[in-house]
Design a protein around this ligand. Structure first.
Ligand code: F58
Length: 838
């Protein structure tokens, strides 16, 4: 009877709803106008591009919500094993174009807007970026969400809804300044605030022991409570109805505080104090290597972990009466060590709250976690024990107990080898005791993933050598990938059409391996012509942007040579700038005849430096100083231009990458865990000039050494060269530095580009007796210049260049995040597709 009643009600509602929303241009126009009038509250007879964006975004959002609901109802009904992807960072960028494309309503939307007097591209550009992350790791999370949805996996993303995303980079006189990115200023149509999905997150306090059913039980009496509110962000798949959820948590003052304020009578102070709770999710930490020892960062981590796990456990408990089935129904993925407190939290929930008993709880925990590390750095994330002791006293106890048991087990396996035990321990002893988050994650995860073959190799042989000896079967390679939906379909529509035309299908948008079919047309002159045309149009778009941003006019005949990524010593933007100075010197010394043969270049550099990273900031300044000198040298003209693109972010990348001829990936071998920029450029037919580092090694496997410009020391040579430099050159002996390098260095050192004192410490990083050139710019410089010369030579032969460009795209299929995600799903998470019926 109850069911019949429910059905009748549902049917009546459905008939009132008039079915699902329609996607023809007229229906879309009606909905856009409706949102102009009632959501944006503007007159439907007069609204601007931004208001059109808002109205269209809400129109699209309505359609996303329908699918998102259906997907959840379907998941709830079919109860598949679910993946929960835990990441403190997601770099989503803009959502409009991506959503419209994944929903398959791009043409209809464009037509609807057209008829209202707007242009889709212009309207889409009104949107700001959602930049809730720093760099590669965060953008990878976003690509992986797109793939999870597209491949129909029953997955949820969990993250933090920072009010201030990654800072906006402003350049004043060539210096980087950071401006807060209050991205929510104009509202965010892509999120759904769930005021009823809230959890209390507790901090501080004490641990007490109580008797419960005749047994001693630990109880945490917390000292502070903050509320986590869910904001849901629908993530649509392409070519499927599946639309999954990215749930981001915001901190709000807990309603519990009200009572206290009432009692103490200090109303004003209590309101001010309540406000403090919100600071937890206020701001993203802008460091792209580590954030050690900051209490607020630790609070963020736990806030995120606690809210997500309460949510996950609630969902599980709705469908189960005990926890035996947890490992069959729940996979928890730790995106780097940042969410690893989850391990202690699940133990606390199962032991203290569900009274499961330590061993049973531990058995479950070991079956549900998997972990991916994204760094080559050996010294990973650590949490000072005193910080934990005050903020999360019960968790510290749990961590100690996990470590105690682990150590006991180890002693049985390896004996009393104390130096080994000390290396493996989760607790780092010393003057400052720390919890080693990576050790914790490895001990408790069933799988430990590296992000490229080279990275995994380093994990096995260096970083986690001891752990690899213990658990060889845990270590797996999951080479990164990027989504072709955003990095070709959204950002390079010209290339998308061209690929689809020549492959005769759009199926590659869901199956990137099909891109290899482009090889069939490698010698077709018409194909070449169209290919070059697409690049030209993209270069025009980029040239316009460059002129608007920097006032520099660039020639479309020049090779657009791009290095865009976070600024870091190991990424060696300095090598690029030194190469530019060398090129400038060569040009200055050439006669007219030789100059005529030179390939003109536009050298484009972009990226943010962490606010406290002085050397990286000096690299940015040097880039501007060199640009100023060269761009104003009338003797050089179009032969060489240098441009720094400010505020590099996802939407700038969407513009820059398709317009690049050559892209540079210069990390000293052994430092870049994978790199994903290389894959985006590859997909856009841009040739790579790169070291054999990270995933570039696998790109070479796909396209062959002949189709990119490889240079520099290989991983196994790097250590030797470092040693050699140190042993050969006594501190006071003048270094045997290659002539070209010495000249360039001297120019910077002696103030040729001004700011002599300011650049001193930057120069010292590559000088012996100071920084000792840790990243080997000196020894790689010669081979770098050779690779650059080879690129010039290839560019002159446009036929050859175009072939290389086609082969790059044709070989990029393996670097789709669809491949990565499928691999994770099958071998790590053990989840199956769960496709919501149409
Ligand atoms: C990056 N790591 C790697 N970390 O450097 C890059 O090689 C790899 O391709 C990418 O991950 C994806 O696997 C990275 O971006 C961070 O930004 C962390 C943010 C939080 C603090 C520590 C660094």
């Amino acid at each position: 009877e109850g069911l019949g009643e429910h059905r009748a009600k549902a049917e009546r509602m459905y008939s009132l709803m008039d079915g699902f929303l329609k996607n023809d241009p007229i229906s879309l126009q009606k909905d856009i106008l409706h949102h102009v009038e009632y959501t944006v509250a503007r007159s439907r007879f007069s609204f601007d591009d931004f208001e059109a964006y808002q109205a269209l975004a809400h129109t699209v959002r309505d359609r996303l919500i329908e699918r998102w609901h259906d997907t959840h109802i379907y998941f709830k009904r079919t109860k598949p094993k679910r993946l929960y992807f835990l990441s403190l960072e997601f770099l989503m960028g803009r959502s409009l174009s991506n959503s419209v494309i994944n929903l398959g309503i791009e043409d209809q939307c464009a037509e609807a807007l057209n008829q209202l007097g707007f242009e889709f591209e212009v309207v889409a550009e009104q949107e700001g970026d959602a930049a809730l992350g720093n760099g590669g790791l965060a953008r990878l999370s976003a690509c992986q969400m797109d793939s999870l949805a597209t491949l129909d996996y029953p997955a949820w993303g969990y993250g933090l809804r920072y009010e201030y995303g990654l800072f906006r980079q402003i350049i004043v006189d060539g210096f980087q300044h950071e401006k807060p990115d209050y991205w929510l200023n104009f509202g965010n149509p892509w999120e759904i605030e769930r005021i009823h999905v809230t959890y209390e997150v507790k901090f501080y306090g004490t641990v007490e022991e109580v008797e419960m059913n005749g047994e001693k039980q630990k109880v945490w009496i917390p000292g502070e409570t903050v509320e986590a509110v869910a904001y849901d962000n629908p993530i649509p798949g392409y070519g499927t109805r599946n639309t999954i959820n990215l749930r981001l948590w915001a901190a709000k003052p807990s309603s519990k505080f009200d009572l206290e304020a009432y009692n103490t009578g200090d109303y004003i102070n209590s309101v001010v104090n309540r406000q403090k709770a919100e600071t937890i999710s206020n701001v993203l930490y802008p460091d792209d290597r580590s954030h050690q020892g900051k209490e607020l960062r630790l609070k963020q981590q736990y806030f995120f972990v606690s809210a997500s796990l309460q949510d996950i456990m609630r969902r599980f408990k709705e469908e189960h009466t005990n926890f035996d089935e947890l490992p069959e129904k729940v996979a928890l993925h730790l995106n780097d060590t940042h969410p690893s407190l989850s391990i202690a939290e699940v133990m606390r929930m199962l032991v203290d709250e569900e009274h499961l008993g330590w061993h049973k709880a531990w058995d479950i925990v070991c079956k549900i976690f998997s972990f991916t590390t994204h760094t080559m750095v050996t010294d990973g994330e650590k949490i000072p024990v005193d910080l934990l002791e005050s903020l999360l006293p019960r968790h510290l106890e749990i961590l100690y107990e996990i470590n105690f048991n682990f150590m006991e087990e180890l002693k049985k396996r390896i004996g009393l080898d104390y130096s080994r035990l000390a290396l493996l321990s989760i607790v780092e002893e010393g003057a400052m005791k720390n919890i080693r988050m990576a050790n914790l994650a490895i001990v408790c995860s069933h799988t430990v993933n590296g992000v490229s073959k080279l990275h995994l190799e380093k994990l096995k042989t260096k970083t986690f050598k001891e752990f690899y000896g213990l658990y060889p079967e845990k270590f797996q390679c999951k080479t990164n990938g990027v989504t072709q939906r955003r990095w070709i379909v959204v950002s390079n529509p010209g290339l998308r059409d061209l690929i689809s035309k020549w492959l005769g299908t759009e199926a590659w948008i869901r199956d990137a391996d099909l891109l290899s079919g482009l090889r069939d047309h490698l010698d077709n002159a018409d194909f070449h012509l169209e290919w070059k045309m697409v690049k030209k149009v993209n270069k025009m778009r980029l040239a316009e942007y460059i002129e608007a941003m920097s006032g520099v006019k660039v020639s479309l005949d020049a090779m657009f040579d791009v290095q865009v990524k976070r600024i870091h010593e190991y990424k060696r933007q300095l090598l690029n700038i030194f190469g530019i100075i060398h090129r400038y010197n060569c040009l200055k010394n050439m006669d007219k005849d030789s100059r005529r043969k030179v390939v003109p270049r536009v050298c484009i550099i972009g990226g943010k430096a962490a606010p406290g990273y002085e050397i990286a900031k000096k690299i940015i300044k040097l880039c501007h100083a060199v640009a100023e000198k060269i761009n104003n040298d009338t003797d050089i003209g179009d032969l060489l231009k240098v441009v720094f693109i400010p505020d590099y972010n996802v939407s700038v990348a969407e513009l820059v990458i398709p317009g690049a001829d050559l892209s540079q990936h210069l990390s000293t071998a052994g430092n870049e865990a994978s790199g994903t920029g290389n894959m985006k450029f590859l997909m856009n037919g841009c040739l790579l000039l790169a070291t054999a580092d990270g995933s570039t090694v696998e790109i070479i496997e796909e396209i062959g050494e002949d189709n990119l410009f490889l240079f520099g020391a290989k991983v196994h040579e790097v250590e030797k060269r470092r040693q050699k430099r140190l042993s050969n050159l006594a501190p006071l002996q003048p270094a045997k530095i290659p002539l070209h390098f010495a000249r360039v260095l001297r120019m910077v050192r002696d103030g040729y580009f001004g700011h002599k004192d300011y650049f001193k410490s930057l120069c010292e990083t590559v000088e012996f007796g100071f920084g000792n050139d840790y990243y080997l710019l000196t020894s790689d410089f010669g081979s770098y210049l050779e690779a650059q010369a080879a690129a010039d030579k290839a560019f002159v032969n446009q036929d050859k260049w175009t072939r290389m460009s086609i082969l790059s795209v044709a070989g990029s299929g393996r670097f789709s995040s669809d491949r990565t995600i499928q691999d994770y799903a099958e071998s790590t998470w053990k989840i199956n597709p769960c496709r919501c019926p149409l």
